[in-house]
Write a protein that binds this ligand. Structure first.
Ligand SMILES: [Zn+2]
Length: 101
């Protein structure tokens, strides 16, 4: 599935419209919490499943979104963290997960 539209909604959601006409909104906090980069993943591993990261406003504010090829987006957070590459399947997966909450 491919996004046809990506935008920030109500300041703290990432809104994605997909090419099958479905729409999903991911809370930016969830997006950051699920950052797939090596640094964040190892931090989560080291701290165990009960670890609750506390983020500052800067860490939950998106400065820029870049297309990575035709399969992913790269997110640049306001604290300059930019190593997270979110492929489309992963985005869909975490947006489905946050729907259940
Ligand atoms: Zn990360």
């Amino acid at each position: 599935m491919i996004p046809v539209q990506i935008k920030i909604k109500e300041k703290n959601y990432l809104f994605i419209k997909w090419n099958d006409d479905t729409e999903t909104s991911i809370k930016l906090a969830n997006l950051r919490k699920n950052c797939p980069c090596a640094v964040c993943v190892s931090e989560k591993d080291n701290n165990g499943s009960k670890y609750i990261p506390i983020y500052s406003n800067e860490q939950l504010f998106i400065k820029d979104i870049q297309m990575i090829g035709s399969y992913a987006i790269g997110i640049v957070w306001a604290d300059k963290h930019n190593t997270g590459i979110y492929d489309f399947n992963y985005l869909k997966k975490i947006s489905d997960l946050s729907k259940q909450n």
